[in-house]
Design a protein around this ligand. Structure first.
Ligand code: K7E
Ligand code: CUA
Length: 630
């Protein structure tokens, strides 16, 4: 038997055995067998590549982008523990750019420049899971990208015009900030879930008393990036969503048990979808009915349902929550239940009013496969759910699922396609807007196993592209990805408009302008060294292929700040500024200013500085001498 068919059999056996169980408990398929299988699917020791059979020619949309041909969509991928955001073209899946966010990046100097250091505050790593764009009137407005940091409970914003981070905010009273979602009716609040429950306040009290732990649903103003309020709940929160009207936000709660071990967290057969009533919360905040914890205004909504929070019971350890493009339903993926729960949003008001029970708002619960995680939509009434354990994408019809829940006999399941392997997030073109267009679906697979040349112990992940325009789903591209994108959004290209040269409108420029004013210089033309005790400030221009200054002098151990303005006014004419043997490099785009501060070597001598980004035929000559005097 070939290795492929052996693995296929093993997969079939595990999947078939697991499907018999409606709910998955600790120690059964997810706890033991299937997950363990997914980790050990390959034989031990070295592997040799064995390619899958060549697929039949694809009959759907054009996938390949020929040289010079532009993609129809931008894909914004989170970068997981790399701390970054990535931009891909879809459908070619070509990686176009990485935006450093919470990570220090050598190429651009992000995390080393003065501005980025100020934003990062010395925390130089991040775990980005969820990347979402700002909205106006139910669709993307092309202004901002928001992304979470799960490591250190932060929210960052990227200005789309520059594709650079312009704000980072710390989220207090939170650990494991995971699901985030901006409001969709306008650029309003960005809601952020803390996944890990902690004592409130977390100051050494109640450390080993989980009954006192709580989690925060936090509202950040998407315009100012300031903290507005927090709602404290007892259970942990995972994924986040907002409706299309500004009335509600949602959070899945997989640990309603309040457990602190795996077994405890998986005990209950029903957990919750938390529904947050944003107007009631805002009214309480406005009326001062909040407590203050570490400077945050906190609405305490622990325990029972109230005007602020309602708990809709759903099976079991739910993960993703996604809103249909028509705004009618929230689809909650069961994770440890092979079901998705469909919650009808316009029934929630009656449940808040006590006229019906929260569970009455669940209008469908189709069985979609083992380990459902996230759901995308085509805008035509169909849902596409990623199924982790089965390694499939399941296409199902929402109306048929609702009819089935009422007793109908037609199966809502329309198709299942194998993906390779263990898919986490999925998303589709414009899926999270009212303009969902049903063109391209991606499956972000956590494991790739035999799909690529072996590259050592850590394999790439596999971001697979699926054509969703035909009756049958068809995988049309394997996209190896470095660790570890969780989520992505796919955005029509006409929505994204970026600058070709810097417009100098970010907060950053106010900082440089203030320094320039203090030093009495013209930032766009002056080349000057200004000494202030042990501090030296160097103002310098750059214009291909020359820096405005061929040399400057400092003293050993000086604190040196170099501020470089790129006065080239040409698209893609970027320069770098690197100082030899000083761990110092930064990128300066056309018409941009960047600054970096470093300590001059304790060893007197000559240190060249040079342009580190290729800019001109005489790029190698674009350099100068820094003299470090004793
Ligand atoms: Cu499902 Cu962090 Cu969105 Cu990973 S989360 S998959
Ligand atoms: Cu300037 Cu290379």
């Amino acid at each position: 038997m070939s290795k492929d068919s052996k693995d296929k059999n093993r997969y079939d056996n595990v999947a078939a055995g697991s499907r018999r169980r409606f709910l998955v408990g600790a120690g059964t398929a997810l706890g033991g067998g299937a997950l363990a299988w997914s980790m050990t699917g390959c034989e031990e020791g070295t592997t040799t590549p064995s390619a899958a059979p060549t697929p039949a020619p694809h009959k759907g949309q054009e996938v390949h982008a020929a040289p010079g041909q532009l993609d129809d969509y931008y894909g914004f991928w989170s970068g997981g523990q790399s701390g970054e955001i990535r931009i891909l073209g879809v459908p070619s899946m070509r990686e176009l750019k990485r935006i450093p966010v919470f990570n220090r990046e050598s190429a651009t100097g992000w995390g080393a420049t003065d501005f980025s250091k100020k934003l990062l505050g010395g925390t130089m790593s991040g775990d980005t899971h969820h990347v979402h764009l700002s909205y106006t009137d139910g669709t993307y407005d092309g202004r901002y990208i928001y992304v979470n940091d799960k490591f250190s409970a932060r929210l960052a914003r990227v200005r789309i015009a520059t594709m650079e981070v312009d704000k980072i905010v710390d989220i207090p009273n939170s650990q494991g900030t995971h699901g985030i979602f901006p409001q969709r009716h306008k650029t309003g609040l960005v809601l952020c879930n803390s996944e890990f429950r902690i004592p409130q306040p977390n100051d050494g009290r109640d450390m080993d008393d989980p009954s006192k732990y709580a989690a925060m649903h936090t509202a950040i103003d998407g315009e100012t990036m300031e903290l507005k309020w927090q709602v404290m709940v007892e259970g942990n929160m995972d994924l986040c969503a907002t409706d299309y009207t500004g009335d509600y936000s949602f959070a899945t709660c997989y640990n309603s048990e309040g457990g602190v071990t795996l077994e405890e967290m998986m005990a209950a057969d029903l957990d919750h979808l938390y529904v947050f009533n944003l107007k009631a919360i805002q009214a309480a905040v406005d009326a001062g009915k909040t407590i203050e914890i570490n400077g945050a205004k906190v609405v305490d909504a622990r325990g029972a349902d109230s005007e602020f929070v309602m708990r809709v019971p759903v099976p079991k350890s739910p993960h993703g929550v996604n809103i249909t493009p028509d705004g009618k339903y929230a689809v909650v993926a069961g994770k440890l239940s092979p079901t998705c729960s469909v919650v009808q949003i316009d029934m929630l008001a009656d449940a808040f009013a006590g006229k019906i029970k929260p569970r009455d708002c669940v209008v469908a619960e189709p069985e979609v496969g083992l380990g459902p995680l996230h759901t995308a939509f085509d805008g035509k009434g169909n849902a596409y759910t990623s199924i982790f354990i089965d390694s499939v994408m399941t296409k199902w019809n929402i109306d048929t699922a609702i009819a089935q829940f009422k007793g109908g006999t037609e199966s809502p399941i329309l198709d299942k396609v194998d993906v390779h392997y263990q898919v986490g997030h999925t998303n589709a073109s414009m899926s999270e807007t009212k303009e969902a267009d049903g063109k391209w679906l991606v499956a972000l697979c956590k494991f790739s196993k035999d799909r690529f040349l072996p590259v050592g112990m850590l394999h790439p992940e596999n971001d697979q592209l699926i054509d969703m325009t035909m009756d049958k789903l068809e995988v049309v591209h394997d996209g190896p990805a470095y660790s570890e994108p969780h989520d992505c959004v796919i955005v029509r290209r006409d929505i994204i408009n970026t600058l070709q040269v810097q417009d100098r409108k970010d907060d950053r420029f106010a900082m440089y302008d203030a320094w320039a004013k203090a030093d009495g210089i013209d930032i766009m033309s002056t080349n000057k060294v200004i000494r202030n005790g042990k501090k030296v400030r160097v103002w310098m221009t750059s214009q291909a292929p020359k820096f405005g200054m061929n040399e400057f002098k400092v003293k050993a151990g000086d604190e040196v700040q170099v501020i470089v303005t790129n006065i080239d006014n040409v698209q893609d004419l970027s320069h770098g500024f690197a100082v030899c043997n000083h761990d110092t490099n930064m990128l300066i785009n056309a018409q941009d200013t960047q600054s970096i501060t470093f300590t001059a070597s304790s060893k007197p001598g000559l240190y060249w500085y040079y342009c580190s980004w290729f800019c001109h035929a005489l790029h190698l000559e674009m350099r100068g001498r820094m003299f470090v005097e004793a």
